[in-house]
Design a binder for this molecule. Sequence first.
Ligand SMILES: Nc1ncnc2c1ncn2[C@@H]1O[C@H](COP(=O)(O)OP(=O)(O)OP(=O)(O)O)[C@@H](O)[C@H]1O
Ligand SMILES: CC(C)(CO)[C@@H](O)C(=O)[O-]
Ligand code: BAL
Length: 311
Amino acid sequence: MAAPREPEVIRDKAAMRAWSRRRRAEGKTIAVVPTMGYLHQGHLSLISAAAASADPVAIVVTIYVNPSQFAPTEDLATYPSDFDGDLRKLTSTGVVDAVFNPPDLYVRGTDRRAAASGGAVSCLEEAAGDGHESWVRVERLEKGLCGASRPVFFRGVATVVSKLFNIIEPDVAVFGKKDYQQWRIICRMVRDLDFAIEIIGSEIVREADGLAMSSRNVHLSREEREKALSISRSLVDARTGALKGNTDCKQIKNKIVQTLTETGGQVDYVEIVEQESLVPVEQIDGPVVICVAAWFGKVRLIDNIEIDTRS
Ligand SMILES: Nc1ncnc2c1ncn2[C@@H]1O[C@H](COP(=O)(O)OP(=O)(O)OP(=O)(O)O)[C@@H](O)[C@H]1O
Ligand SMILES: CC(C)(CO)[C@@H](O)C(=O)[O-]
Ligand code: BAL
């Protein structure tokens, strides 16, 4: 493990771009790990993947809770944050060179409604006149799964990630497969819009008992957390069953819904889709991923498991 080293904290877009260009001029590959902070081992695994992606490499971790990916009914206001704790964790890795932590990435404009809420609108839909109005959409991939219940989510993600790419100008960007649809959408966006950036998808990091690590887990009570283990357990059971020949998707989905519901979860969706296209399938006979979103108390959790019955 590398010796602890405190990263440089950069809050200004122009300073960030200038920093990246200096590092590139020194011959370094720039790798970025976009996050919303409140870091855990899942995030640190993305940093390890960034460190392994090139040599010499300069690693930038972004910490920015992007308002435009939250609908007004969602949890922007309660999203956990602990910048000092994050900085300590990043320092302890010894490999992070810079943290990009901008106060705001959007031009708010002078629209009266946005100004009335201090410009701090949770969804930028209302920004009008001279405010932000340009959006990146990955039209088909954004529709299903999380896109069905989070209407502005992927538009906000694709847009803010494009902005981060334009500011940081990375060669490599690392995303977690925990947010499977998000990872696939970013891959498609980079391909379609000719961003010269290699996207690395990094495996899900779990707690010892199987729960996928997530910043939002902090909001689970002890009982909710125990019940939420039914997500990873039902996914592992489904995979074991599929590898033994139980490949009927309707049956598999019904079983997962039943397990989650019986343990007190409220299911948002359970879907079995092709890994790259995210098109739903009826039978598992190629590379698929089972994706789940479910509420435990006030916390919406997502998880997934990849299955390839041919391998
Ligand atoms: N358990 C995990 N394993 C691997 N990658 C992860 C894990 N949790 C988050 N990531 C990845 O970290 C990046 C930043 O995610 P984010 O900051 O939203 O954290 P998060 O834990 O997913 O938070 P939440 O799900 O509560 O929004 C994303 O690419 C995400 O997929
Ligand atoms: C990619 C991201 C940093 C964009 O805000 C966010 O959606 C996340 O943390 O997964
Ligand atoms: N990890 C994805 C960020 C979000 O849920 O808003």
